[in-house]
Design a protein around this ligand. Structure first.
Ligand code: 3AM
Length: 169
């Protein structure tokens, strides 16, 4: 089972991210992430056996994530895979959150990626152009209280994401 830990946006914010994905697509082309898949990855766990997935679900259900607010106000780009994303200040509380989850995962024997974390929400993959200055300014605040353990399954050309467990609030 292919698993990752993520923050999942509430519905109104997801729609707003979807509008930003449409805007990015109009400028950069590529493959737009469907609204249902928009998220922030905290830790990519890779392929895990079903039993390990159950243990991870138990662990996360008993774990509390420090609630916080993240301001997204900038366009970003990872050149090599052609990813266009939105994010915010590189030094956010999310960095501490990612590091503490990574350390807890290590304690239960699970390695996770990435080691160096740039908080972002991927909007486009295989973009043909990087985001340029013609993209509009924006600012969105994301109040988060919990993280999800998400199952990623291939469907057609893309992936279906299903939350399996949530952290305690
Ligand atoms: O949220 P983003 O798009 O940054 O790119 C994948 C996605 O991140 C990432 O995990 C998230 C859910 O699929 N991912 C996939 N394979 C990965 C790998 N081998 C990976 N991250 C690190 N290493």
């Amino acid at each position: 089972m292919r698993l990752f830990l993520a923050l999942v946006p509430p519905p109104a914010l997801r729609r707003r991210f979807g509008e930003l994905a449409d805007t990015a697509y109009a400028h950069c082309s590529g493959k737009r992430v469907p609204d249902d898949n928009l998220h922030l990855t905290l830790a990519f766990l890779g392929e895990q056996p079903e039993r390990q997935a159950e243990e991870l679900a138990d662990w996360l259900s008993g774990t509390r994530v420090a609630p916080g607010q993240w301001r997204l106000d900038r366009w970003g780009h990872f050149a090599r895979p052609g990813i266009v994303w939105i994010g915010g200040e590189p030094e956010s509380d999310l960095v501490q959150l990612q590091q503490s989850l990574r350390a807890e995962l290590e304690d239960i024997g699970i390695a996770s990626q990435p080691r160096r974390f740039t908080p972002h929400v991927t909007l486009l993959r295989r973009a043909e152009q990087p985001p340029g200055p013609s993209l509009p300014d924006f600012a969105e605040d994301w109040s988060y209280t919990r993280a999800a353990l998400v199952l990623s399954e291939p469907i057609g050309q893309g992936s279906r994401y299903t939350p399996l467990a949530w952290s305690r609030v």
